[in-house]
Design a protein around this ligand. Structure first.
Ligand code: FPP
Ligand code: MG
Length: 310
């Protein structure tokens, strides 16, 4: 990870000092580096886990993710990211969006070093990321189950890149095609679980823990897993919450009331149980790997995602 970190600092450099400043902003702010970590971990299933290609692949996925955060914060009008002020709050939407584009271009340049298959995988991942993000802004089509719609959004906007992280790790670390396929399936489910636990944290955590402003999804009217589960309630005691959820939550008073009611609602634990079940499903794919410390670490990784607090 130290090697990846050093390489990442180099990749956010531009010939223009201002672009370097805007592109380094969120990189330097921290972040969990969850995706590159998964690349390195998955690479341990192969016979060349320390190859240069593994490090490059780790940078590709983190840069793609970082690019998407610049765009996401514009869309969500988020003030905070990684415990610091979001890029658009400092430089405005135009610079934030173009910085996201710059980082995605950097990621694409690096992907080209990994060959045509990696480019094809990356391109398809990007398609899914963007489709997921767009579908989040539209309601389910008539007759479509809202939960199924939401899970489809989550698989696209987060599952796709985390699946690719695991896949790249296996592929460039020299794992067999069978292990690469198993880790891709594992990554897809762990990735969706990661997003679902992020949704739970959006409701349950304070900004000091998450480095983000709580209740952002609620304010934006994005019905995430705990909200969808609360909306399925037929308990008359939930009438006020359901009324608030059906209305406009951009008003501070209604937003605070809805957040408070949701924090006390059993739907939050129901959502947590769903995520834990997803982690178990992801781990089932690891039976394709030999028993040992690498498999143990990947199992622990899925467990941590399910119960994470940041
Ligand atoms: C975070 O969602 C957003 C994503 C995981 C994907 C965003 C994808 C795009 C904006 C498409 C453009 C992509 C690129 C590569 C330029 P969230 O708002 O639920 O999570 P948060 O709590 O971290 O804000
Ligand atoms: Mg967001």
């Amino acid at each position: 990870m130290a090697v990846v970190e050093k390489a990442l600092s180099g990749h956010v450099q531009s010939r223009a000092g201002f672009v370097t400043e805007t592109a380094s902003h969120l990189m330097e702010a921290g972040g969990k580096r969850f995706r590159p970590l998964l690349v390195l971990l998955a690479a341990e299933t192969g016979d060349r886990p320390d190859s240069d290609e593994v490090v490059t692949a780790a940078c590709v996925v983190e840069l793609t993710h970082l690019a998407s955060l610049y765009h996401d914060d514009v869309m969500d009008e988020a003030d905070l990211r990684r415990g610091t002020v979001s890029a658009h709050s400092v430089w405005g939407n135009h610079v934030a969006i173009l910085t996201g584009d710059f980082l995605f271009s950097k990621s694409s340049e690096l992907t080209a070093e990994l060959g045509p298959d990696a480019v094809r995988i990356q391109a398809h991942t990007f398609t899914r990321l963007v489709e997921g993000q767009i579908l989040e802004t539209v309601k389910p089509v008539p007759g479509e189950d809202p939960l199924a719609h939401y899970l489809d959004v989550v698989a696209g906007k987060t599952g796709s890149l985390i699946a690719t992280s695991a896949r790249y790790g296996a592929r460039f670390g020299g794992a067999s095609p069978e292990v690469e396929a198993a880790l891709t399936s594992y990554g897809e489910i762990v990735g969706s679980a990661f997003q679902l636990s992020d949704d739970i944290l959006d409701i349950a955590s304070e900004s000091g823990e998450s480095g983000k402003t709580p209740g952002t999804d609620l304010r934006e009217g994005v019905p995430t897993l705990p909200v969808l589960m609360a909306q399925a309630s037929t308990d008359p005691a939930d009438a006020r919450l359901l009324e608030l959820l059906a209305g406009d939550l951009t008003d501070d008073g209604s937003h605070a009331e809805a957040l408070d009611l949701l924090r006390k609602h059993p739907a939050l634990d129901e959502a947590r149980a769903y995520v834990i079940a997803q982690a178990a499903e992801a781990k089932a794919h690891l039976t394709a790997l030999p028993a040992g410390p690498v498999r143990d670490a990947l199992e622990a990784f899925a467990d941590i995602v399910a119960v994470r607090s940041t």
